[in-house]
Design a protein around this ligand. Structure first.
Ligand SMILES: C[S@@+](CC[C@H](N)C(=O)[O-])C[C@H]1O[C@@H](n2cnc3c(N)ncnc32)[C@H](O)[C@@H]1O
Length: 433
């Protein structure tokens, strides 16, 4: 990336190119945002998120409008035109501003020889309007393999899933029950002019009508509330926590569920929060500090128990495994570009390996909650199916809950346009020995 001052659209094009080359938005957007004025950061984020969200649809249109693909070294101009098309199709920006500023950005990116092409393509796109999509999958803007997989896995729901993935996710809070009751916090929010409602399933959840910066949330710095999707909050009731228990959160960073566990039950004997990523572990400490909570935070590969386990078994284990994140695409639209079909089988192997490795650390009569933010059965109930065949002392518990769908070996939540994320939970009990 160049280091001079760059127009917003040029920076957005650079971010989009970095995502296409394998970086996540959470990696490449913050450095780009650091290069613009405070008041422009939100706009840059909206450009990058929107261009990723609609990438496949915009790209189909752009490819149709180009006589031949741009040379590899000019790929940035392709991304720039995608950003401009995103604005033409999905924003309220005046057309002349989009056209003029995109041409200016093209020049700023050191591609003055392509300004004529950019201008011509965008003018024609504006004049002709968006072409009718060849296939509904293009209109819903996902990679072909993902659409095919969802059609196969969810023959009655795939279109709803794709549609939900394109809607901006609501901002949902978890109220810290140690400090305040949900209804009282709702009153505090309303008194500050923030419109909000209780979540239907998570007992301490609140969904805001519109997202707000966290510093506008009353008591946020003092730990009165945290940002957490409703589906993620459901883990605590499945764990059935009680004072005196030793709890392991095996894939814990950034600590959203560790903190939910600690808030939900006073007097736990110990909570161990493990993660193999030292950088992400720092986020757990930040969250614990803000909420005034305590856990033993360890950097380790959870599957390598010899490295970190003292031999004392846990009464409860939360195993929130690394996964495709296909249930949270609306929050992370870059997943559409980053995830590959070939990723799923190796992820499933890691998930089963973690489950098998951690099972011996669970006490007899103990409970393990397996969780993913995926909608692919391969990472969800099929893992549990495979595990139950390998492990005769594991028994599946059917939780008595009003959310999600019973998949036989766990419950699947599909992403809801105006509600929770896509998630999967299974509860396993270890027979007394
Ligand atoms: C889905 S995220 C966890 C989110 C977290 N539970 C929360 O609610 O905030 C999965 C985490 O697993 C961690 N991870 C991946 N493989 C791991 C392993 N073998 N051992 C420990 N942590 C691992 C990743 O670094 C990542 O932070």
């Amino acid at each position: 990336m160049s280091h001079g001052p760059l127009p917003l659209r040029a920076l957005a094009a650079q971010v989009l190119l970095a995502v296409e080359q394998g970086q996540s938005l959470s990696q490449c957007l913050p450095p780009a945002q650091a290069r613009v004025a405070d008041q422009e950061r939100g706009e840059l984020q909206a450009l990058c998120y929107g261009s990723c969200r609609w990438f496949h649809r915009l790209d189909a249109e752009l490819q149709g409008r180009l006589k031949r693909p741009l040379r590899k070294q000019d790929r940035i101009v392709h991304q720039l035109m995608l950003v401009a098309l995103f604005q033409l199709r999905f924003s309220q920006q005046a057309t002349y501003a989009v056209l003029n500023e995109t041409v200016e950005a093209c020049r700023a990116l050191g591609k003055p020889h392509l300004t004529g092409l950019v201008n011509g393509v965008l003018r024609k796109a504006e004049r002709e309007g968006e072409p009718a999509p060849i296939r509904p999958e293009i209109e819903l803007s996902h990679p072909d393999w993902m659409v095919a997989k969802l059609q196969h896995n969810w023959p009655d729901d795939w279109q709803d899933i794709l549609t939900a993935n394109n809607v901006q996710a609501p901002m949902t809070l978890r109220v810290n029950r140690r400090q305040i009751a949900r209804d009282d916090y709702l009153d505090r929010l309303r008194a500050t002019g923030i419109d909000a409602a209780a979540t239907p399933h998570a007992p301490h959840g609140i969904q805001l009508a519109h997202p707000v910066p966290v510093d506008r949330l009353p008591g946020f710095v003092d730990g009165t509330a945290s940002v957490q999707d409703e589906a993620a909050q459901l883990c605590t009731s499945l764990l059935d926590l009680a004072a005196g228990q030793r709890v392991l959160d095996a894939c814990a960073a950034p600590g959203g569920k560790t903190c939910a566990i600690l808030e939900s039950c006073e007097g736990l004997a110990e909570v161990v929060a493990l993660d193999q990523s030292p950088e992400r572990l720092a986020r757990i400490d930040e969250n614990l500090d803000r909420l005034g909570l305590d856990a033993r935070v360890l950097a380790a590969d959870a599957a390598d128990t010899a490295q970190w386990w003292d031999g004392q078994r846990f009464d409860r284990i939360l195993l929130d495994v690394p996964c495709s994140a296909s249930g949270v695409i609306r929050r992370h639209p870059d997943i559409k570009l980053l995830r590959r079909e070939d990723d799923i089988t190796p992820l499933a192997a890691i998930q089963l390996r973690l489950l098998e490795a951690l099972w011996p650390t669970l006490a007899p009569g103990g409970r393990l909650v397996y969780a993913t933010c995926s909608v692919f059965p391969q990472e969800n109930h099929r893992i549990i199916q495979r595990f139950l065949k390998l492990q005769p002392e594991a028994r599946l518990l059917q939780p008595d809950v009003a959310w999600g769908r019973d998949m036989g070996q766990g419950r699947q939540l599909l992403p809801q346009p105006d509600g929770h994320d896509g998630f999967f939970y299974a509860v396993l009990i270890k027979h007394d020995e």
